[in-house]
Write a protein that binds this ligand. Structure first.
Ligand SMILES: Cc1cc2nc3c(=O)[nH]c(=O)nc-3n(C[C@H](O)[C@H](O)[C@H](O)COP(=O)(O)O)c2cc1C
Length: 379
């Protein structure tokens, strides 16, 4: 494929997708300051390379939950993926497998968690939204039965963020057709052709037979989360899930510590890619202030578009990063092959950064290789 960076793939995604769909992929909450801040936070850290190190056998690999991964990254959970490409959840899962990293399937996936598990054989994690307590427990049971390795419970979507691009475009499911949306579709014929052949995404985990209780059906129709979901309810999920478990969407050090004490295997420091609360802290800055917590994995996401961003996060203490939009740009450019290309670009950039840094192994990449930019250097 011709693209040489994730940014180029982003430009192509913008051209390929109807505006309404691209805005759903790209947009953030309110004034999008968190969205921009995530990207800028990586520029606030500078490398301090070491020289004259034997770099003849550089190791970008690391381990996640005791098993090797090709580089310190995991594909993040994203909902409604089939808006970008048909059978997109499978395309993402297979591309992640080919690249040697885990894939996280969203509760709001377009294919069911059972289908994805059956049709792909890489490392699969399942992300849980607690929409209604009974529904959450049934999803946990299903993910267990389907053999998902890790449960990622997202806790930063009690209410949906106010995404003004989506409001302006009238974005929602089912799609409301207007002259503007039809014109948008006509201007993007390749996307429209795929959509006419495969249909718009459904919520694959929630067909009628899978959601028997009226409370759960009502909650789904409202498209809102269980607002009473709290630490005790999280603990109940922990008791029901024997595998690895991460909490995604925490930023406050007290919350991180509480997750550790509750027996979680780690957290994902995240502001949901700037899609929820504007003006939150940047996950990378929170990471930089944490003390090491042996046996407890810290993952970080938001704004990662370069392999060098991954190196900064690892240097500051992350076990791995999660890749959200970077993988979706690849998806929009070319389905499974596009995702594979985007992931390979990041993997190669990460490896190249290790070489440039004079760091022969991900395991040796620590805070000694970075420092915060001084105010004179600017972001
Ligand atoms: C289109 C889109 C859909 C998303 N859907 C979900 C989701 O269903 N569950 C979830 O936990 N996070 C979701 N996220 C957040 C991502 O998991 C991740 O936190 C975020 O994308 C990271 O920021 P980045 O896109 O800048 O890499 C979504 C993000 C995007 C862009």
């Amino acid at each position: 494929m011709k693209w040489v960076s994730v940014y180029e793939m982003r430009r192509q995604a913008r051209r390929t997708l109807p505006k309404m769909v691209y805005d759903y992929l790209e947009g953030g909450a309110l004034d999008e300051r968190t969205l921009r801040g995530n990207l800028a936070s990586y520029q606030n850290w500078r490398f301090m390379p070491r020289r004259l190190i034997d770099l003849s056998a550089v190791r970008p690999e690391t381990s996640m939950f005791g098993q090797d991964i090709a580089f310190p990254a995991v594909v993040a959970p994203t909902g409604l993926n089939s808006l970008f490409w048909p059978r997109a959840d499978l395309a993402l899962a297979r591309a992640a497998q080919r690249c040697g990293i885990p894939f996280t399937l969203s509760t709001a996936s377009s294919m069911s968690l059972e289908q994805v598990a059956e049709l792909s054989s890489g490392r699969l994690w399942f992300q849980l939204y607690v929409i209604e307590p009974g529904l959450a427990l049934s999803l946990v049971e299903r993910a267990k039965a389907a053999g998902y390795e890790c449960l990622v419970v997202t806790v930063d979507v009690v209410a949906n963020g106010k995404r003004e691009r989506d409001l302006r475009n009238g974005f929602g499911l089912p799609v409301r057709y207007s002259l503007r949306t039809l014109w948008d579709g006509l201007c993007h014929p390749a996307w429209s052709w795929r959509y006419l052949r495969h249909g718009l995404p459904v919520l694959g985990n929630f067909n009628a037979s899978r959601v028997p209780s009226p409370e759960a059906r009502a909650a789904l129709l409202r498209r809102s989360m269980d607002e009473s979901f709290d630490w005790a309810a999280l603990d109940a999920i922990r008791q029901n899930w024997p595998g690895k478990m991460l909490v995604k969407g925490v930023l406050h050090p007290d919350d991180i510590e509480r997750c550790r004490k509750m027996g979680m295997d780690g957290v994902v420091l995240s502001n949901h890619g700037g899609r929820q609360l504007d003006d939150t802290c940047m996950p990378l800055d929170v990471l930089a202030q944490l003390s090491p917590m042996p046996g407890f994995d810290i993952l970080v996401d938001g704004g990662i578009r370069r392999g060098s961003d991954i190196a900064k996060a690892v240097a500051l203490g992350a076990r791995a990063v999660m890749l959200g939009r970077a993988a979706l740009y690849g998806l929009a450019c070319g389905g499974e092959a596009g995702v594979s290309h985007a992931l390979s670009l990041l993997q190669e950039e990460y490896r190249n950064t290790l070489v440039q840094l004079g760091c022969p192994d991900t395991a040796l990449l620590d805070a000694g290789y970075v420092r915060r930019a001084t105010s004179a250097e600017g972001p």
